[in-house]
Design a protein around this ligand. Sequence first.
Ligand code: Z5A
Ligand code: MG
Length: 216
Amino acid sequence: GLPAQTRRGALIVVEGLDRAGKSSQCEMLRGFLSEQGHVVKYIRFPDRTTPIGKLIDSYLRGSSHQDDHSIHLLFSANRWEIAKGIEEDIASGTTVIVDRYSYSGVVYSAAKANPTLSLDWAWQPEIGLPRPDICLFLGISPEEAAKRGGFGAERYENEAMQTRVRQLFQTIFEKMQDVAIIDAGKSMDEVSKEIQSAVTGCIARLDTCGALRKLE
Ligand code: Z5A
Ligand code: MG
């Protein structure tokens, strides 16, 4: 007979402000979905392990300088080098959880207020990448974030940058589809429950909505 049709996996992106708990929540979501019988992979951007990722890592730690446009394109290239793998995983039934994605990409670059690096310019190299089935945005007030520790030593971890990042995230998510805005100022378990319910709804709807789409 015909081989059973493999149900595709879901592409789940977790975005948010610094110290909102993205990585903690990605781990918890991975556990939750695995228990439900899903095959799950957890990846994060930047992926600092590839040759391009090593350039990004050195830039973020302040060990090297890069032109604003150049580093922007490297962050995007870091997604493109893994995009095919994501598509193959999804097609073969694996659900992929992604910690930061194109939205961080455009927001942090545009927050630099470089006159030739608009949000619109920044979005162009993202076009054609796998489009998330759902994007969870973890919002947190500066006061709550501060309780989770001071700024780290990396390049973007300062007040001025974070304020612009906050505004820009709001700008892009206001008009976007398939976003769930999550109040990440609550306890770890409360946040996790909200994420689980948004993701469960998304996976239930996937049955009928066909193939993985692309960013446009
Ligand atoms: N960047 C870019 O410019 N362009 C791009 O295309 C991409 C990224 C993809 C590095 O990112 C930088 O790269 C980032 C954006 C830029 N710049 N900044 N700033 P990263 O992903 O490597 O950053 P990170 O090191 O993962 O830090 P983070 O994002 O700030 O953390 P998080 O993942 O959101 O939070 P966490 O590690 O899960 O939790 C932080 C702490 O809070 C930890 O002690 C937890 O135990 C605690 N926590 C978490 N949740 C809670 C709750 N609910 N209550 C109390 N405490 C909590
Ligand atoms: Mg993180």
